[in-house]
Design a protein around this ligand. Structure first.
Ligand code: FES
Length: 574
């Protein structure tokens, strides 16, 4: 380790080390908590931002893991301080955790800014917690290391392996179609989530924790370890040990992040056939670091990146299998020249050095480059008169015959309208139609919920239809599947041309040519635009009003416009 700091250079020295009235207060209050002065004097203070809560099933083990992180910090000569931050519990928080991603990012940044932190361990994993914690840490730019929650074990019901989310949608459709009974459905309910940890399909959680590892923010191999595995506890100890040295080395997020590191993370998301949500989060993360990741760059990387992870919903296996097959390190090593091995990571070594010796132990779960699950295009960026600022689709999760398709629009003005009418037998719809949902974007929903896997009408389900072209300005869970066009920008609520689609219009989707168009004349589009009436704002006070006023569109990562800048204006601390 190369020490770049002396104890008096530490940020925390301003709280604990100087001899004035303020630091007297800090020391006397530390004594009040039972700490001896020698326990913290001259040591790096490590903030642990813990997203544990009693309503987040993905983080139930964080109560124990945080003690293991602290053990590592103590042993390495640091002083740990656990700071709870909001939990963003994907299954429980309404209308969507995405509404609060930027809230947690701000909380993380401001918690670090306002307390005596020299470095930080970020404990997250459930969907938005990972990008939120990283965004805050990037903006604060203190030495930071990420401790992923790890995936839960495989689900199991009557000998059938179940995957989070993916099998909920599947068996829910079967229940609605009448092909399974209510007691089967209850059996699935009891067996689909049977250990701590985040969703074990390739949802947003597995995608973003893997992206964090590829960006260099975790110790090697951390993202793939199941939460219930003893090696996960050991990784927590190692993470705590490492952050102390990172403080002395002054190894900060700005040292890790580069255009190449961002490309590595995007390549990782695509080779995993990861969640479409990762696009929004990766753009937001990159922009916090001053790196302008565009949808075009994402699409270009998608065209050259094979899908190697055979994990649901695109593939067959689950994260537990991925870990046993060699985990993320093995997959990144197999990607070879598609990964830039020169980028720096939290252990002070390059990504390439961290991949040395990585092996694939099951090449059906982690495919070889020569036998990928899909040759390319884990994700496609679409443009056209419906989405001048872009839209996305995950072709591998859609029925192939729908990737070039023209159909009649059936429009729902908002989620409630859809919920009220989608299963009405009188609805004029067939399997060739294109289902359109308005007012589901960042401002309009609000918070761009995961509504994008719009339900197939019950009458069509009964006929055996399982996929249709569906378009919205919403997101979709990474565990979802189907020919769902998402993230349409600009969104309908703010007057994007997507708002102008009417029932009966013809919509043309052409994924190979990356096109999404409404087949009406420019003159008719202009006439509708002139007649469009802006809806009333959703909020007049509180966080909702702040979100509504400052959230940017999906193609810019849905960050707040005023958070784009880095940490260049830290107030002096007295
Ligand atoms: Fe937490 Fe899926 S519910 S990751």
């Amino acid at each position: 380790m190369t020490r770049k700091k002396r104890p008096e250079d530490l940020r925390s020295h301003r709280w604990y080390g100087v001899n004035d009235l303020r630091s007297f207060g800090h020391r006397s209050r530390s004594a009040q908590m039972g700490y001896l002065r020698e326990e913290y004097a001259g040591k790096p203070v490590i903030a642990i931002l813990n997203t544990w809560s009693e309503i987040n099933p993905c983080h139930t083990h964080f109560r124990q893991r945080v003690e293991e992180v602290k053990r590592g910090i103590w042993q390495a000569g640091g002083f740990p301080i656990e700071l709870p931050v909001q939990t963003l519990s994907e299954p429980f928080q309404k209308p969507t955790t995405m509404l609060y991603r930027n809230f947690l990012a701000m909380e993380a940044e401001e918690t670090l800014r306002s307390y005596p932190a020299d470095g930080v361990v970020l404990m997250g994993g459930c969907d938005k917690t990972t990008p939120a914690l990283l965004m805050g840490a990037i903006s604060m730019n203190l030495p930071a290391i990420f401790m992923p929650a790890g995936p839960m074990l495989r689900g199991n019901w009557n000998g059938v392996t179940l995957g989070s989310g993916t099998d909920s949608w599947k068996y829910w459709a079967d229940l609605r179609a009448g092909t399974i009974a209510q007691e089967d459905w209850q059996g699935v309910e009891g067996g689909i989530a049977r250990s701590p940890g985040h969703c074990m399909t390739m949802g947003t959680a597995s995608t973003m924790t893997s992206a964090a590892e590829a960006l260099g923010f975790t110790l090697p191999g951390a993202a793939s370890i199941p939460a219930a595995d003893s090696r996960h506890a050991q990784m927590a100890v190692k993470t705590g040990m490492r952050i102390v040295d990172m403080v002395w080395e002054d190894l900060k997020p700005s040292d890790l992040l580069s255009a190449a590191a961002v490309d590595n993370a995007v390549t990782t998301c695509l080779a995993l056939s990861g969640s479409t949500n990762a696009i929004v989060h990766m753009i937001a993360l990159a922009r916090r670091a001053g790196i302008d990741l565009t949808l075009e760059r994402y699409d270009a990387i998608s065209r050259r990146t094979p899908v190697l992870a055979n994990i649901r919903p695109t593939g067959a296996y689950l994260m537990e299998d991925f870990f046993y097959a060699g985990g993320l390190r093995a997959m990144l090593a197999e990607l070879g020249d598609l990964i830039d091995g020169t980028t720096l990571t939290v252990n002070g070594r390059t990504l390439g050095e961290n991949l040395e010796g990585a092996q694939i132990f099951n090449d059906d779960v982690i495919r070889r480059r020569g036998q990928p699950l899909l040759a390319n295009s884990g994700l496609a960026v679409l443009r056209g008169n419906i989405a001048p600022d872009g839209a996305v689709i995950k072709p591998g999760a859609a029925e192939p015959h729908l990737l070039v398709h023209t159909g009649r629009a059936v429009v729902f003005k908002d989620y409630n309208d859809m919920a009220a009418r989608i299963d009405d037998d009188a609805l004029d719809i067939d399997e060739h139609c294109v289902i359109v949902l308005h007012h589901a974007g960042p401002v309009g929903a609000p918070g761009m919920p995961e509504w994008g896997q719009l339900p197939i009408p019950r009458k069509l389900l009964k006929e055996g239809v399982r996929d249709m072209v569906r378009i919205s300005d919403a997101r979709m869970s990474g565990t979802s599947y189907g020919a769902c066009v998402l993230h349409v920008a600009p969104e309908s609520f703010v007057g994007g041309p997507f708002a102008l689609i009417e029932n009966g219009d013809l919509i043309e989707l052409d994924v190979p040519n990356r096109a999404l168009n409404l087949l009406i004349s420019d003159a008719e589009l202009a006439r509708r635009k002139a007649a469009w009436i802006a809806p009333a704002p959703r909020f007049t006070r509180g966080y909702g009003a702040l979100h509504q006023a400052h959230v940017m569109q999906a193609n810019l990562g849905c960050d707040f416009d005023f958070l784009q800048r880095g940490a260049d204006d830290e107030p002096e601390i007295h």
